[in-house]
Structures are given as C-alpha cells and as structure tokens.
Ligand binder design. Structure first.
Ligand code: PGA
Length: 259
C-alpha cells in the first residue's frame, strides 16, 4: 500500500517533498519531474526555491499533468503560463526542458500521442507530484477514467469547473475540455507523491487510500502503484480509518528506508 504521512501543515508537506526532489536532482541532474498545477503543490515549489540554491538545475526536465484545450498558451491561467510562473521562473529551470500538453485546437487530434512520445523519449517520469480533486480526480482524470488511459482529451465535470472558477473571471470562462495525462500514464511514473490539504479533500483522500479501487474515484488508482507517498494534513486525513496506524508506522520508520 501507499505510505501515508500525516503532517501538521501544508508547509511541512512542502519541505518533505522538496527534500526528496533535491536529493533526486543532486543524484540525477537530468531527473524528470512530474509537475502539477493547482493550489496543492505550491508549498512544494516554495520549499524548493531556497533548497535548490546552489544546485545545478540546468538539466532538470519536467512534464505537467494537464492543460486546458483551446486556451491561448499566453493566457495567465493556461497551465503553461502557470507552470512558467510558479515553477520554471522561480526555480530557474530551463523552459525548453519543461513540457506541458499542447491544448491548441489545430493539433489536438494527435496532441495526446505526441505528449506520450515526449515522456517516453525522456525515459519516463522519476517523481510525480499529484493533487487530488474533490471529485477524486488526479490530473484531470474525472470519475470513470480508465486505469489504462494515456494522455487524451477529457470533458471537465461541472464540479471541477466550479472548483477552478476562482482562477477565472467567471465559471463561463473555465474551459470545458482539457488534455490530461491518463491514469495509465501517471501510474508509469516511478514514484508518486499525492498531496492533499484541508477538510474539503478528506473524502477523496479516504476513497483513494482506503476505498475500493474503482474508476469512480480515479485517485484510487494509486493503490495499483508500487511506490506511492501520500502526504496530507490533519484535516485531509480526518476520514482515514487507519490514521493511527499510518502515524505509528511513520514514527517507527527505520532511517535506512527513506521515502
Ligand atoms: P487544487 O486542485 O490543488 O487546486 O485543490 C487539485 C486538483 O484538482 O487536482
């Protein structure tokens, strides 16, 4: 099963994941990071900034999980713009090595396959950062997504558009379609870090970690992966039945084991 780490705050989660990324990049300068957008990964990027000072990041590669379809890549809420603003620029990464799915309508019919080829050519993702939606989605794989799906176009459910409306002037401006790594793509990454904070995520986290493996809750796909670290605050952990065991296991973890 996944390792569940319950931390006191999003900032503590950020430090935990950032330390792991620094170790990875230090040992493997051209590491391939799986990048996520949304509010959840921000503490990771914030913690990375001081920790990457003095580390050579010029070779680091990255792949974002998803992008809106039909959005101008220069729109401030395109995930290309968001990744540039929140990750590439603050961390000093090489923008040419950081990829986002191409949501342009002109090439959308093969954009998913193109992205899969790019990920494969990079040798796959070493460490994937994931948030989880209130619907249980990871990436933009909404309920019903196949566990073997690869990067493709999906229709966002209304709940996700409502959740993301805060980034736009109104819900009508939130695109209806997205292009997202599939659950199969995400499961191909070598180490998954699923992060969640706040009461609003508690149900999705409990379903993903302890519920049945079902495409009705796409986050439950993590149960099929051999190396997953779930990092949650107390509120997001509040519906986990075995929370005491997770705390006990982490507190008694041998030093040599690592994450
Ligand atoms: P959030 O989104 O990090 O903004 O809560 C998570 C997600 O939708 O995957």
């Amino acid at each position: 099963m996944a390792e569940i780490v319950i931390v006191p705050s999003p900032a503590a989660a950020g430090v935990l994941v950032a330390d792991e990324i620094v170790t990875l990049v230090t040992t493997r300068p051209d590491a391939v990071l799986g990048l996520a957008t949304g509010s959840t990964p921000l503490p990771v990027y914030e913690a990375l900034r001081p920790r990457l000072q003095g580390v050579d990041v010029s070779q680091v590669r990255g792949f974002a999980l998803d992008e809106y379809v039909g959005i101008d890549p220069n729109h401030p809420e395109s995930y290309r713009s968001v990744i540039t603003k929140e990750v590439v620029e603050p961390l000093g990464l090489d923008p040419a090595r950081i990829h986002t799915p191409n949501g342009a309508l002109a090439t959308i019919s093969h954009a998913g396959e193109d992205y899969e080829r790019e990920i494969a050519a990079a040798g796959g993702v070493d460490l994937q950062i994931l948030g989880i939606g209130t619907s249980g989605h990871i990436g933009f794989n909404e309920p019903g997504s196949s566990f073997s799906s690869r990067t493709r176009v999906k229709t966002l459910i209304q709940q996700t558009r409502e959740d993301n409306a805060r980034f736009f002037d109104s819900i009508d401006d939130v695109p209806m379609h997205c292009i997202t790594q599939g659950l199969g793509t995400i499961l191909s990454a070598r180490h998954l870090f699923l992060l969640a904070f706040g009461e609003g995520k508690a149900r999705a986290v409990a379903g993903a970690v302890e519920g049945p493996v079902t495409s009705s809750l796409p986050g439950s796909a993590i149960q099929l992966h051999p190396h997953v670290t779930v990092v949650v605050d107390e509120a997001a952990a509040s519906q986990l039945k075995n929370a005491d065991y997770y705390r006990y296991a982490f507190a008694n973890k041998p030093d040599w084991q690592g994450l």
